[in-house]
Design a protein around this ligand. Structure first.
Ligand code: R5P
Length: 310
């Protein structure tokens, strides 16, 4: 097996390599003066089972291009099989046409990745499970839920926990986590009664006195979480935590979270944390290196990946 790291998340790639006890392959992934991506795999990969570790996170297009060019380099170097390990799959939120004459960019990106020569994909908490079907190659969508559940059990008082979906679209994901930690479920229902009026947040479920745990796949601007936390506290919640798989955290998101009433936001390292994330007083990062590493190992030995979640 050969592991090749792009530049999107070197610390995660190193942690996966340590878990598997397989060194990262010698490779150069660098830029020409005009920022074109150049890749050179500096060891033999002929006939090898190869895994490229690369999140298509910010800057999304650069990291996507690195993934495609590493794939091309491995294919031309006669790798036997190429698996794209994409802990965070960018463009996933563009998974349908929200209006006329708009693209389905997630499908386009899936097509491009397969066309470049990737044989299979290993990813984590896709924004919508159906995106698996956008790839016409085998695709395993791993779940961070067991990792998050373990952390919740270690850090939060058992009797008083309540899982909350910050919107109706996230109920299935939140319910799965609630089941794992044996907690009840509440839902934030956002409604705009008339165009131009501000959104009203209704809470479905009794959250009074509860330690609420907001669960979602992505935190981007942080707006969804901060508003949901305020609504929960206004409805009598004792405290509000958030467990989110992908910390996109663009623009002023870290400052927004730091200045919010969220007691703690826990994210995974599917996206490399920035310095601002690392020093934020109420953001904590937990690693999915073991989960990704185990799934890579099982893929290499052709053993069950789904049984990881039994
Ligand atoms: C939306 O469907 C996603 O699951 C997240 O709720 C959303 O991306 C969060 O975005 P923001 O942090 O910008 O509110």
């Amino acid at each position: 097996m050969k592991l090749v790291a792009g530049n999107s998340n070197r610390p995660l790639a190193e942690a996966i390599s340590a878990y598997l006890n397989v060194p990262l392959a010698k490779a150069q992934v660098r830029r020409f003066a005009d920022m074109e991506v150049f890749v050179e795999i500096q060891e033999n990969v002929r006939g090898e089972d190869t895994f490229i570790i690369q999140s298509t996170s910010f800057p999304t297009n650069d990291h996507l291009m690195e993934l495609l060019i590493i794939t091309d380099a491995l294919r031309r170097a006669s790798a036997r099989r190429i698996t794209a390990v994409i802990p965070y799959f960018g463009y996933a939120r563009q998974d349908r046409k929200p209006a006329a004459r708009t693209p389905i960019s997630a499908k386009l990106v899936a097509n491009i990745i397969a066309h470049a020569g990737v044989d299979r994909v290993l990813t984590l908490d896709l924004h919508a499970g159906q995106i698996q079907g956008f790839f016409d190659i085998p695709t395993d969508n791993l779940f961070a839920a067991p990792t998050l559940a373990r952390d919740i059990k270690d850090h939060l008082d058992g009797g008083n926990r309540m899982v909350v979906s910050p919107d109706v679209g996230g109920v299935v994901r939140a319910r799965a986590l609630a089941k794992r930690i044996d907690a009840p479920l509440a839902i934030v229902d956002k409604r705009r009664e008339r165009p131009g009026e501000s959104e009203v947040m209704n809470i479905i479920g009794d959250v009074s006195g509860r330690s609420c745990i907001l669960v979602d796949d992505i935190v981007d601007s942080g707006g969804t979480l901060v508003n949901a936390a305020d609504a929960l506290l206004a409805n009598g919640a004792k405290e509000v935590y958030a467990y989110i798989t992908h910390g996109v955290l663009s623009g002023g998101a870290v400052a927004r979270i730091a200045g919010s009433r969220l007691k703690e936001l826990v994210i995974t390292d599917s996206i490399m944390p920035t310095e601002a994330v690392k020093v934020a007083h109420n953001i904590r990062v937990i690693s999915i290196a073991q989960l990704m590493g185990e799934a890579i190992g099982r893929t290499a030995t052709e053993s069950s990946v789904s049984s990881l979640f039994d």
